[in-house]
Design a binder for this molecule. Sequence first.
Ligand code: UTP
Length: 317
Amino acid sequence: MLTRKNTVPIVSRSEKMGRDMRRKVTKAIFPVAGMGTRFLPATKAVPKEILSLVDRPLIQYAIDEAREAGIKEFIFVTSRGKSALEDYFDHSPNLEQELRKKGKIELLEQVRNTNMESGAIAYIRQHKALGLGHAVWCARRLIANEPFAVILPDDVIAGEESCLKQMVEAYEETGGSMVAAMEVPPEKASAYGVLDVKDDMGTMVSVKGMVEKPSVEDAPSNLAVIGRYILTPDVLNNIQKLKAGSGGEIQLTDAIAAEIEQERDVFGYRFRGQRFDCGSKAGFLQATVAFALARDDLKDDLSRYLHEIMAVKNAAQ
Ligand code: UTP
């Protein structure tokens, strides 16, 4: 039970051990089977998740965030045309050998960090883009009966501590299902899944309803769901029963909302960090600038350039 002050209740050692086992999150699903139409024509040949912020693909940020949160099994739900993702995580002995020969040790380390341990990654195909909920459901056999995380790689979250790690720690206390939540301007709420809040405890809210892309008038709050989830396997059963919802797709939000109707706990978690919507062009560009300005090797040249073009733009107005 959470109290308004987020205090932790007293539990016995054995009770805590049993609970910790039940609440250990070691699997994450990365749904990457979408068509990425907002980045056409680039995404005709390159998966959206391989598009890079400076020199690191979106998927790398998602993987690093998951690793920091203690995830051990990485399940990709892919589709036709996404094989570049499999190549990206594969070992590349020739490239590594060349870099070693040339003494490019730092680069070699960076390349090695993209390698995934054999057996840690699984790829499942979603044969038809029927929606995020359906993509998650495609991974059901690999999830079996454990809680699992879902990470949407086009939501990139910059911050001191991995967003998923924050959520995993909170989840160990609460159980239930949990979604990352962020306040958005009311007029933008209709672009998101939106939470109907039962009790606001600060970092955490308990949720009494969820609506996918509500009209501005129907939005129950301005607390929007961002692409990080920790879900119980029951959600997979709910997805199975769903028909297409908003936009003709099988929505994950609807399956989580069904959890609430079944009187199971659902929480929203206000994460610490800055979220970039890299599924949109504007968000992707903002993230590119922000990540480049955070780099010692790029920040001086880039900020000088940004000042110059802003000065020219302002002078022209
Ligand atoms: P988006 O709504 O961003 O769709 O999906 P999209 O296809 O990636 O991009 P646009 O809107 O056409 O530009 C959110 C997440 O859900 C995944 C996407 O890959 C993305 O990570 N998804 C969506 C699936 O895996 N399968 C689907 O059927 C739909």
